[in-house]
Design a protein around this ligand. Structure first.
Ligand code: DC
Length: 222
C-alpha cells in the first residue's frame, strides 16, 4: 500500500517549497495540485474565456487534456494537451484565474481522478486546498500549513522579484487577501483544515525551521 501525506493551506504558507524538500528527503513524489487548476486557467486565458463564465469554461474542459509527468530530477511537469506549460502558469493573473475556475464543481470533478490516481500508485506528498478533506480523506497524515497574510505576501513578493517580475508588495498582499477569501468562502471544497489535520503556523520560522519541523512530524507518523 502506498503512503499519502496531505498538505493543505493558503497560498504562500510555504506548502510547495516545504513539501518538495520533504518529499526529496523521504523519497516520495511531490504532487502540486494547484498547478492543475492553473493549467485550466491557462487554457481559458488562451481561448479568451472569462473564468467567471461557467458555460464557456466547461466548453474549454471538453477540449482539454491535463496530465502530470515527472522529469529526470523527479520534478513535476504539467501538460496541457501534451504541451509542457509548467513555467507558463506562474503569473499573478493565472493565480487569480485559477482561484476563479477552482470554484466550478465540474472543474474540481475533472481533476479529481488524476489526483487520486497519483496517490494510488506512488508514495506522495500532495499539496493543495482540499487534499485532506476531499481528494485523499484517508491520507496517513494531514497537515494544515498557514502563516499571516503579510508574511505570505512578503515571501511571494521576494520570489517574483527574484524571477525578475515588476510587481508591488501592496498588490501582492491584496492578491493574497482576495485569494484567501475566495478559496475559503467557496461553496465546494473550501479551504479549511480537515478535522484530523495537524495545524502548523510557519509565520515566525525560517524555511529551514519549517522543513525540519514538518519532517519530524512526518517521520513520526509514517
Ligand atoms: O496552490 P496554488 O496557488 O498554485 O493554487 C492556485 C489556485 O488553485 C488556488 O487559488 C486555489 C486552487 N486550488 C484548489 O482549489 N484546490 C487545490 N487542491 C489546489 C489549488
Amino acid at each position: 500500500m502506498s503512503i499519502a501525506i496531505a498538505i493543505d493551506g493558503p497560498a504562500g504558507a510555504g506548502k510547495s517549497t516545504i513539501a518538495r524538500m520533504a518529499a526529496k528527503e523521504l523519497g516520495f513524489i511531490y504532487v502540486d495540485t494547484g498547478a492543475l487548476y492553473r493549467t485550466i486557467a491557462l487554457a481559458c486565458q488562451r481561448a479568451n474565456v472569462k473564468t467567471d463564465n461557467t458555460l464557456e469554461v466547461l466548453a474549454i474542459l471538453d477540449k482539454t487534456e491535463v496530465k502530470l509527468a515527472f522529469n529526470e530530477k523527479n520534478e513535476q511537469i504539467v501538460l496541457l494537451n501534451n504541451e509542457d506549460v509548467s513555467s507558463l502558469i506562474r503569473t499573478p493573473e493565472i493565480s487569480m484565474m485559477a482561484s476563479s475556475v477552482s470554484k466550478i464543481p465540474q472543474v474540481r470533478a475533472f481533476l479529481l481522478d488524476l489526483q487520486r490516481n497519483m496517490a494510488k500508485t506512488n508514495n506522495v506528498i500532495m499539496d493543495g486546498r482540499d487534499i485532506g478533506t476531499v481528494v485523499l480523506p484517508d491520507a496517513k497524515l494531514k497537515i494544515f500549513l498557514f502563516a499571516s497574510p503579510e508574511c505570505r505576501a512578503k515571501r511571494r513578493y521576494d520570489e517574483l522579484i527574484e524571477k525578475g517580475m515588476d510587481i508591488k508588495y501592496d498588490d501582492i498582499l491584496q492578491d493574497v487577501i482576495d485569494r484567501d477569501y475566495a478559496d475559503s468562502h467557496r461553496d465546494i471544497a473550501p479551504l479549511k483544515p480537515a478535522s484530523d489535520a495537524i495545524e502548523v503556523d510557519t509565520s515566525d520560522e525560517s524555511l529551514e525551521e519549517s522543513v525540519n519541523r514538518l519532517l519530524a512530524i512526518m517521520k513520526e507518523h509514517i
